[in-house]
Design a protein around this ligand. Structure first.
Ligand code: HEM
Length: 371
């Protein structure tokens, strides 16, 4: 499905389900390697009452209002990263120093993961997002090690509660209901992987889009950093985080015969809801190919999905992206790519496609004074 209205319908109509797409009895051709998306009991792969129960227990921590309370400390993480860049001076590679570091530090601090473990989580996270970059065996053993690590973390936090999301998830109660240990481990893994890989890729690809094309859009942003919120929405709409090939869309399966877009889909049909295609539907976004960072769309972008499974971390991702663009545009207005865009290399064989390195440079204050 590629039209905006059809995609939205697939993502909201309960006759299109996630249940049974992966896991026991699933079509093996769909799974190159069992990754974070294919876990049968993941929040992504349960529906109706099972899903509602899980969402209810966790979503309080992710409402826009609650996320807004994290703004000062997310800003302080960005402040530290930008200060480190400025004091080291140009040139720099923004991938290790910023686009990877920020989402990883934020999600780890939020969940309560020790800083020293971050490199290990990065490696597991990459494997958890693999399509063909790693063998099925490599992915499986990374996913198991990752699960064992989280199981130990949960046990440690149970013994010694702290002021973090993991403790809140352990103690989350609703009408006497609570998350089981299996649900907790799967959810924390989804949060670490989802919280890091996608945001990191969106950040890297967005910076490239802004700094490309004679830095026209970057200059728009530096002239008016208050555009950062609208710019993020537009960059998320227009700049894909997948590779456009493996990213056919969000998979759903029909539970009964459904009429959609003039086509009859028999029960058991596999449907790919093409969220990035829908973002380019001229019926929803006039002049959809244009990357216009001042755009005020009348309809929501579908990059974070829609309906019951819409991205739990959408407001956190938006917050990190908006504060990053605002801070970089204010502190490093002369930022520019230190290589031609066609010389950049991108990750391959993962669900996300982002820059492997992002060489940039900028003018020091004394350069500007003498320029
Ligand atoms: C730019 C960044 C991000 C993008 C583009 C993105 C995209 C998505 C999409 C499209 C879905 C819906 C999948 C479906 O319906 O099949 C989703 C679900 C999800 N995302 Fe994100 N995500 C991002 C950031 C995050 C962050 C920061 C977190 C965690 C803090 C996160 C955690 C999740 C979780 C747990 C789900 C499953 C929700 C459910 O099934 O109820 N994501 N994400």
């Amino acid at each position: 499905m590629t039209r905006y209205e059809d995609v939205r319908r697939v993502l909201t109509d309960p006759r299109f389900t996630r249940v049974g797409i992966f896991g026991t009895g699933a079509d093996e051709e769909l799974i190159e390697a069992p990754n974070v998306m294919t876990e049968e009991r993941s929040i992504l792969n349960v529906d109706a009452a099972d899903h509602y129960r899980l969402r209810r227990l966790v979503q309080r921590a992710f409402t826009p209002r609650h996320i807004a309370t994290w703004r000062p400390w997310v800003a302080s993480v960005i402040d530290d990263l930008v200060s480190a860049l400025v004091s080291a001076g140009p040139p720099a590679d923004l991938v290790p120093t910023f686009t990877t570091a920020l989402p990883m530090q934020v999600i780890c601090r939020l969940i309560g993961v020790p800083t020293a473990d971050q490199p290990q989580l990065e490696s597991w996270g990459e494997r958890a997002m693999a399509l063909s970059a790693f063998s099925a065996e490599e992915v499986r053993s990374a996913m198991n090690e990752f699960a064992d690590y989280i199981t130990d973390l949960v046990a440690a936090r149970r013994a010694q509660p702290s002021d973090d999301l993991l403790t809140s998830l352990i103690t989350a109660r609703d009408d006497g209901d609570a998350l089981t240990d299996i649900e907790l481990v799967s959810l924390v893994r989804d949060l670490i992987v989802g919280g890091h890989e996608t945001t990191m890729t969106a950040l890297g690809n967005s910076l490239i889009a802004l700094l490309d094309d004679d830095r026209r859009r970057w200059q728009q942003l530096t002239a008016d950093p208050d555009l950062a919120g609208a710019a993020v929405e537009e960059l998320l709409r227009r700049v894909p985080i997948g590779d456009g090939i493996t990213e056919a869309g969000l998979l759903r399966c029909t539970t009964e015969t459904v009429e959609l877009g003039g086509t009859t889909l028999p029960a058991g049909s596999m449907v790919a809801a093409g969220i990035m295609c829908a973002n380019l539907d001229p019926a929803a976004f006039p002049q959809p190919d244009e990357l216009d960072i001042t755009r005020q769309p009348a309809t929501p972008i579908l990059t974070f999905g829609f309906g019951p499974h819409n991205c739990l971390g959408a407001w956190l991702a938006r917050l990190e992206l908006e504060l990053s663009l605002r801070h970089l545009a204010t502190s490093l207005p002369t930022l520019r790519l230190d290589t031609a865009v066609d010389q950049l290399t991108f990750t391959d064989g993962l669900m996300t496609r982002g820059p492997v390195s992002l060489p940039v440079t900028w003018s020091q204050p004394h350069d500007r004074a003498t320029a």
